[in-house]
Design a protein around this ligand. Sequence first.
Ligand SMILES: Cc1cc2nc3c(=O)[nH]c(=O)nc-3n(C[C@H](O)[C@H](O)[C@H](O)COP(=O)(O)OP(=O)(O)OC[C@H]3O[C@@H](n4cnc5c(N)ncnc54)[C@H](O)[C@@H]3O)c2cc1C
Length: 487
Amino acid sequence: MSGPEVIVAGVGPTGLLLATELELAGVDVEVLERRPARTGQSKALNLQPRSAEILDLRGLLEPVLDQALALLPGGHFAGLPVPLDYTALQTRHPYQIGIPQARVEELLEDRLARPVARGSSLAAFTQDADGVTVTTSDGRELRARYLVGCDGGRSTVRKLLGTPFTGRDPRVQAVVADVILNDHEGLIPAEWTLPALNPSGSVFVLPLTGGAYRVVFAGAEQQGLPRDAPITEDEVRRALAVRYQDALELVGISWASRFNDTSRQAEQYRSGRVFLAGDAAHVHFPLGGQGLNLGLQDAFNLGWKLAAAVRGTAPDGLLDTYHDERHPIAARVLANTRAQGVLTWPDGDVAAFRALFADLLALPDTNRYLAEMVSGLDTHYPMPGDHPLLGRRMPDLDLATPAGPTRVSHLMRDGRALLLTFGSSVPPENPRVQNVRAEPSPQLDADAVLIRPDGHVCWVGSEPGAAVSAWFGPPAEAAGVSGRGSP
Ligand SMILES: Cc1cc2nc3c(=O)[nH]c(=O)nc-3n(C[C@H](O)[C@H](O)[C@H](O)COP(=O)(O)OP(=O)(O)OC[C@H]3O[C@@H](n4cnc5c(N)ncnc54)[C@H](O)[C@@H]3O)c2cc1C
């Protein structure tokens, strides 16, 4: 039975970015999607700075910026009145991009060479020592080397694996609705603002395009309703009236959904040849706008590793680093969203805590700590060694190279690792690593830096040969590199 090398189940943002990464590395990917057509609906409306950076590493940021509805200079924590200041962070992209999830998905899907198999759900699978056999809802049987479940919070792949999804059930329920409104008194600013909770009720309204608005609310009425209870115009009107009385006239609802603060995480992201990524691996309350961003970064971490495994150049242990690196990152997001959730409870004592927390957020160090966390810029993977860059994202430095001026992000667009040498280091030839010699940078205290395809620094020193082989396999395109050192 012939088939793709990797099967990705689910074309949310996670599955799409993963599939583009695999294709960029020359891997044959089949993407399965349960829905027969795009819905055009968007849960998320933002991209955080680290997502902007990773899209920039692949030349995907410009089209995203072209379609952005807003650029916000910061983020928020629990809707507190003091914003998280991204302008103080060290990045080329110190802003949050306001863009509907559906547009991000379209831009990513446009990059795919092989069309998505829509209306074709993953229904079952088995795995053995050599691969995975997937049965689809439309009666096909596919054989691949690996399978990745990017099939959302109710992941079939996760359930079929039997992977425990540890955490807690919901305590709070909210509604998101995209509506048409008449705002006769001009109460809703045309420019996007960060959500700030209002003492008269937690309803938030944001302008979209063409007279459409996003309304999010979580009042007393919403608690205890069944998740599938229909969302009526009257329910939305009552929520709007809490804050705006009758100043906003609701004309109609184009899409509405109930969501909640369930907080759960898969205990294992890898089970043999099967992986979980994005919401399939973790779900949490969408406070601060982090979930989609977390999924993109899961995909970016896994893509190049899986491609190396398919090509037979992955060193021992490389695939396991996906769980080891990404599980703690999501655990931290689950913790910060639970903390934000507590800060939004309608309770007098919580109001006192919010006031105190807002004072703390006004302190630059506190603000920066949380801004780096919510933006994803503080992502740090454990790596041996004590250089401060190890495991962290490589800064997008301007570089003077023999080929002319450039910058790190522009050198990484082909998806390969990058070895930057500044001193006398002799770079080893390896087809999976691009060698670039650059003028020493005052911002970097190193002779040579090895940067993984996901933009994280994995080695700093002066003799890169052993590190290149340990991370990316020996120079020859030989299959099986076990025993060459593990990353
Ligand atoms: C109201 C709300 C607002 C949010 N706002 C934000 C925000 O502002 N910022 C942010 O970062 N995050 C936000 N999130 C979270 C964000 O939307 C999710 O984290 C994101 O959609 C996860 O992407 P994903 O690709 O992992 O999964 P999904 O987007 O859920 O995609 C999974 C895909 O898999 C498909 N699928 C399911 N089962 C199968 C199967 N068996 N076979 C094949 N395909 C299958 C589904 O049809 C779907 O297309 C919000 C969430 C909610 C509910």
